[in-house]
Design a protein around this ligand. Structure first.
Ligand SMILES: Cc1ncc(COP(=O)(O)O)c(C=O)c1O
Length: 431
């Protein structure tokens, strides 16, 4: 049978999905290029032999509590997970987020948490999601799969922009249900909310009757130890659904993430349940339950470190700090005049504004002639913005590769500018 692509759901031919496929495809075609595109964690922290070690640690924990490991790990399991207690302890210890175990649902990566939460909170055709833009493609892609419209809110407009967007959406007959953002070291911009903005945002959410989807994969990786309270820890009115991932703080292959939804849901008879428990109906139809084998490995990882991700990540934190500092230093040393960049306070990403169009054609040239990959920022905007902007990631590389990658990028941009100004072509950085 031959299927016509145009008969399939629009998410199949989603331009964002094809952007990401293009990045993977170009990385495969130029395997020796330095990738400042990949937001993957550094593999030097991974050792496959740790997996059985963490698994055994969790087995011991189950046995000490007289649970049957066979039943717990080999049978179909509880929909919302088995390591909820350890995650709740971790959140209390690391982030001062205090929630009952039942408010935590363990998911197949943060990606599944996004799908479950969006599906659960958006019901009618007028329900929309507000999302800080530039925006992580995982949430816009999830919304597209579910047919939920996304209204971008320029990140730079802050909490006032959110209030404006919510009001404008309502005036347009829409029902904004939630705002999605990454408050700490966002992907792709690296931006971070100040404490004042966090309080303002919570006030706006309350006034506009919005939930906040706080996505926090990078919060551990600040350049300094300054406390940056999570929105969820400041959330006295239960506006915030917290989205967690172990992809960067443990390892992405486990495919374990979670969400915290301690909001109450009331039915027509006045019965109340926790939102996380309500949403388990959706999870049961997506993945039944998150692999208990994977949960056991992450559970063992948490137990090994006294249920503190911060403690578990001390080495990673210093590695990523040095890499981001290296990236920022290399930009200062190598980028030609006319380029500017932000200086994130942490995380995996920085953005560079260049006086040329940073599109896939330039990326192709960059890979072929200069041996460096990066991500066009236009991939993270809904309506053609970000044409002159590049996302650089420094998480996957050794420090010398970060510096060399920036040097190559600088050569590409300098040559583009020289060509534009009719000054001819210099040799490619690898030439
Ligand atoms: C903003 C954001 N959220 C979530 C994730 C991680 O999702 P998962 O736990 O599904 O790997 C990432 C990974 O790149 C991300 O950048």
């Amino acid at each position: 049978m031959l299927l016509r692509r145009e008969d399939m759901h629009p998410s199949v031919s989603d331009p964002e999905a094809s952007s990401m496929n293009f990045l993977n495809e170009i990385a495969n075609r130029y395997p020796n290029a330095i990738s400042l595109a990949a937001g993957r964690p550094y593999e030097g922290f991974f050792a496959a032999q740790d997996i059985p070690h963490y698994f055994s640690r969790y087995l011991e924990y189950l046995e000490a509590r007289k649970f049957s490991p066979t039943r717990m790990l080999m049978q179909y399991g509880r929909t919302n997970g088995i390591i909820n207690d350890l995650i709740a302890q971790m959140l209390a210890k690391d982030e001062d987020i205090r929630v009952p175990n039942e408010a935590v649902a363990v998911t197949a990566g943060c990606q599944e948490a996004m799908v479950i939460v969006l599906r659960g909170i958006c019901s009618g055709p007028d329900d929309v999601l507000l999302a800080a833009e530039p925006c992580y493609v995982g949430i816009t892609g999830a919304a597209r799969v579910l047919g939920i419209p996304v209204i971008p809110v320029p990140e730079a407009e802050g909490p006032q922009g959110v209030a404006r967007a919510a009001k404008a959406a309502r005036a347009d007959g829409k029902n904004p249900r939630a705002l999605y953002l990454v408050p700490d070291f966002a992907n792709p911009s690296g931006a971070c909310l100040s404490l004042g903005e966090r309080h303002q945002l919570l006030a706006v959410a309350e006034a506009e009757n919005l939930l906040i989807l706080e996505d926090d994969p990078y919060g551990l990786f600040g350049l300094d130890d300054r406390p940056r309270p999570r929105l969820k820890s400041l959330d006295t009115n239960k506006q915030v659904i917290y989205l967690g991932s172990f992809a960067k703080s443990a390892f992405p292959g486990a495919r374990v993430g979670f969400f915290v939804a301690d909001q109450e849901v009331i039915d027509t008879q006045g019965n109340r349940t926790l939102l996380a428990e309500e949403l388990s109906a959706i999870k049961s139809m997506l993945t039944v339950n998150t692999s208990p084998v994977s949960q056991a490995v992450i559970g063992g990882f948490l137990l090994q470190h006294g249920c503190s991700l911060r403690a578990a990540n001390a080495d990673r934190v210093s590695f990523y700090r040095e890499n981001l500092n290296t990236l920022l230093k290399a930009l200062g040393e190598h980028m030609p005049e006319g380029t500017t960049w932000n200086t994130p306070a942490g995380g995996f990403f920085a953005t560079v504004d260049v006086p040329v169009i940073a599109d896939v054609a330039l990326l192709e040239r960059s890979a072929a002639d200069y041996g460096v990959l990066w991500t066009p920022m236009s991939f993270f905007y809904t309506k053609g913005a970000g044409q002159h902007s590049i996302r650089l990631s420094c998480s996957y590389l050794e420090r010398n590769e970060v510096t060399e990658g920036v040097r190559r990028l600088a050569a590409l941009i300098a040559d583009q500018l020289a060509e534009r100004d009719g000054l001819g072509n210099r040799a490619g950085a690898e030439g």
